[in-house]
Structures are given as C-alpha cells and as structure tokens.
Write a protein that binds this ligand. Structure first.
Ligand code: HEC
Ligand code: HEC
Ligand code: HEC
Ligand code: HEC
Length: 139
C-alpha cells in the first residue's frame, strides 16, 4: 500500500518536473544581449545591443527569420532545435562556400529587414542607415 502511494507520488512528481523543464526551455530565449564577436581583422564599430525577446514578442519576428540550418537549400531549423552561434558557420574574415562572412551575414539579416519595413512604410524606427543606431562605437 505504502509502496503504491510512493509510486504514484513519483509518477506525479516526474510529471511536474517535465512540465517545469518544458517551461524553462521555452523561457530560455535571452531577453537582450550584446552581439560582440571576436575574431574580426579589426573591430571598427564595436558591439551591438540586440533586443532578442522584443523582436519575437513585440516586433513579431519568427525565429526562423534569423535562425537556420540549410539542407539542400532549405532551412530545416525549427523552434526547439539547438541554436548555434552565427560565427560557427559565418567566418569573421572570409566567405566560406555560400555562407557570407560574419559582418555581412549580420548586416543582411538585420539591416535588410529594417530597410524593407521602412521602405514599405511599415516602420519609421527600424534602424538601417545610421551605424550608431545599432553600433556602440569601437571600444
Ligand atoms: C541594424 C543594425 C546595424 C546597423 C545599422 C549597422 N550595423 Fe554593423 N553590424 C551589426 C551587427 C549586429 C554586427 C555584428 C557585431 C559583432 O559581431 O561584434 C555588425 C558588425 C559590423 C562590423 C564588423 C565588426 C566591427 O565592429 O568591426 C563593421 C565593420 C560594421 N558592422 C560596420 C557598420 C557600418 C560602417 C555601419 C553604417 C554604415 C553599420 N555597421 C550599420 C549591425 C548593424
Ligand atoms: C531578429 C533575429 C532573431 C530572432 C527573431 C530570434 N533570434 Fe534567437 N538569436 C539571435 C541572435 C543574433 C542570437 C545570438 C547568436 C550569436 O551569438 O551568434 C540569438 C541567440 C539565440 C539562442 C542562444 C542563446 C545563447 O545564450 O546562446 C537561442 C536559444 C535562441 N536565439 C532562440 C530563439 C528562439 C526560440 C526564437 C523564436 C522564439 C528566436 N531565437 C528568435 C537572433 C534572433
Ligand atoms: C549551421 C550553420 C549556420 C548558422 C549557425 C548560421 N548560418 Fe547563416 N547561413 C548559413 C549558410 C550555409 C548560408 C547560405 C545558404 C544558401 O544560400 O545556400 C547562410 C545564409 C545566411 C544569410 C543569407 C540568406 C538569408 O537567409 O537571407 C544570412 C543573412 C545569414 N545566413 C545570417 C545568419 C545569422 C544572423 C546567423 C545567426 C543568428 C546565422 N546566419 C547562423 C549557415 C549558417
Ligand atoms: C525580420 C525582421 C527583423 C530582423 C531580421 C531584425 N529586426 Fe530589428 N526590428 C524589427 C522591427 C519590426 C523593429 C521595430 C521597428 C519599429 O518600432 O517601427 C525592429 C527594431 C530594432 C531596433 C530599435 C530598438 C528596438 O529594439 O526595438 C534595433 C536596435 C534593432 N531592431 C536591431 C536589430 C539587430 C541588431 C538585428 C540583427 C541581429 C535585427 N534588429 C534584426 C525587425 C527586424
């Protein structure tokens, strides 16, 4: 009898634990951070503050606009998959295969989206022209 109760408790607790872990993973997306890679030939413009959570929650940008793993020309990354640093595929100093060098990968991703939004009249605030709207200056 005692064992049965214990067994049931274990099952219940394991369930609770699973839910807790699930929530943790979903909340694991960092709120905001500095993009500050090392390895550039010269660090001319300095780091960029990026509002990760605001981009997904308020600006409604889908994860796969920024995160990808290409297979046969298609992005097969989906939410929940591990996220590699951009730098692991985009080298800071040279284009490798189809993967642009890191600075260009960031500029294409960040600036192009903002530019398209502004040009479509959907935003006036998304920065793409002034370097220091994103960059914090060389350290
Ligand atoms: C929409 C945001 C955004 C704008 C606007 C922008 N950049 Fe960047 N840029 C980035 C990000 C993000 C990185 C990656 C930073 C890192 O890895 O340290 C980067 C990296 C760089 C780098 C390589 C790292 C370094 O600091 O030397 C250079 C050079 C650079 N940008 C120049 C410019 C110049 C010049 C302008 C203006 C004409 C500009 N950027 C405008 C987002 C932006
Ligand atoms: C507008 C672009 C953008 C969007 C949208 C975006 N991310 Fe990110 N995310 C980034 C950048 C940039 C990094 C930092 C990559 C690096 O350091 O090389 C990052 C990092 C991460 C990391 C790694 C954090 C760490 O500490 O290493 C995870 C996990 C992640 N993103 C998950 C998500 C999920 C899940 C979504 C959708 C709910 C999402 N991201 C939406 C740009 C984005
Ligand atoms: C697993 C390796 C890998 C990672 C990690 C990765 N990329 Fe890429 N990325 C590639 C490859 C390969 C291509 C070229 C795809 C093609 O055209 O075949 C590419 C293409 C791009 C492009 C141009 C195509 C497009 O989607 O518009 C941009 C911009 C880009 N990456 C930005 C980023 C940013 C920003 C990050 C980090 C948040 C990142 N990449 C992380 C491998 C990667
Ligand atoms: C697919 C679209 C998209 C991509 C990719 C994207 N952004 Fe944005 N970004 C937005 C939108 C939408 C806004 C809100 C514009 C407005 O308020 O009118 C924004 C606003 C911003 C702002 C203004 C302050 C803020 O946080 O709201 C900064 C700075 C910024 N983005 C930096 C970046 C950087 C750095 C990257 C690349 C790592 C990036 N963005 C990638 C869509 C994007």
């Amino acid at each position: 009898m005692k064992n049965k109760v214990l067994g049931l408790l274990t099952v219940l607790l394991t369930g609770v634990l699973f839910i807790a872990v699930g929530v943790l993973t979903a909340a694991d997306v960092p709120d905001k951070f500095l993009i500050q890679n090392e390895g550039y030939a010269a660090d001319k413009k300095g780091p960029v503050e990026f509002t990760h959570k605001k981009h997904t929650a308020d600006h409604k940008v889908a994860c796969a606009e920024c995160h990808h793993v290409f297979k046969d020309g298609k992005n097969v990354w989906k939410e929940g998959d591990a996220v590699q640093k951009c730098k692991e595929c985009h080298d800071p100093n040279e284009k490798k295969g189809n993967a642009d060098k890191l600075q260009n990968a960031f500029h294409k991703n960040c600036k192009n989206c903002h530019k398209d939004l502004v040009e479509a009249g959907k935003s006036t605030a998304a920065p793409f022209k002034k370097c220091n709207d994103c960059h914090q200056g060389a350290s």
